[in-house]
Design a protein around this ligand. Structure first.
Ligand code: FEO
Length: 170
């Protein structure tokens, strides 16, 4: 059985994952209407779906442990961006925020000696390492490319290929 504190904290994480899904959906939609950013759009459409899966896993876990997974109220995310660079900066800062939140949850689970929740959260810890690494790499690439149009073309193509590869890996 989950403690009230852990349950509330997990439900806060549900809301954060849902907000991530919304934020990335908005990035996908913005990229979708820019010329030449189809790869970026596809990347964020999939990223948005993944965040929904993160949210669902949490809801199901809370319910399995005798709690109640709360479907959150959502505000509108940022829907327009001044540049592609800005999109990816936002992506990275969002992922950093999610990692910090997961770390706080892990800490709380240990403090409360809730080892089942601690164990469950390990998947999120690994996932966040991956997501942060990916977001940093993409930001570094964009930094190198700057305003170079052919570089941006390749970036868009590569990010699409990356997504297809990771989908194959499952
Ligand atoms: Fe589920 Fe990317 O945080």
């Amino acid at each position: 059985m989950l403690s009230k504190t852990i349950q509330e904290a997990l439900n806060k994480q549900v809301a954060l994952e849902a907000a991530s899904s919304q934020a990335y959906l908005a990035m996908a939609s913005w990229a979708d209407i820019q010329p030449g950013l189809q790869g970026v759009a596809d990347f964020f459409y999939v990223q948005s779906d993944e965040e929904r899966v993160h949210m669902l896993k949490l809801i199901k876990f809370v319910n399995e442990r005798g709690g109640f997974g709360i479907v959150p109220h959502l505000g509108q995310p940022i829907i327009t961006f001044v540049s592609l660079k800005r999109v990816f900066e936002e992506f990275l800062s969002h992922e950093i925020k999610v990692s910090e939140s997961i770390n706080d949850l892990v800490h709380m689970a240990l403090q409360e000696k809730d080892y089942a929740t601690h164990n469950f959260l390990q998947w999120y810890v690994s996932e966040q390492i991956e997501e942060e690494r990916l977001a940093r790499t993409l930001n570094e690439k964009l930094e190198l490319i700057g305003e170079d149009k052919s570089g941006l073309y390749l970036f868009d193509r590569d990010i699409q290929a990356y997504r297809l590869q990771s989908e194959k890996k499952g």
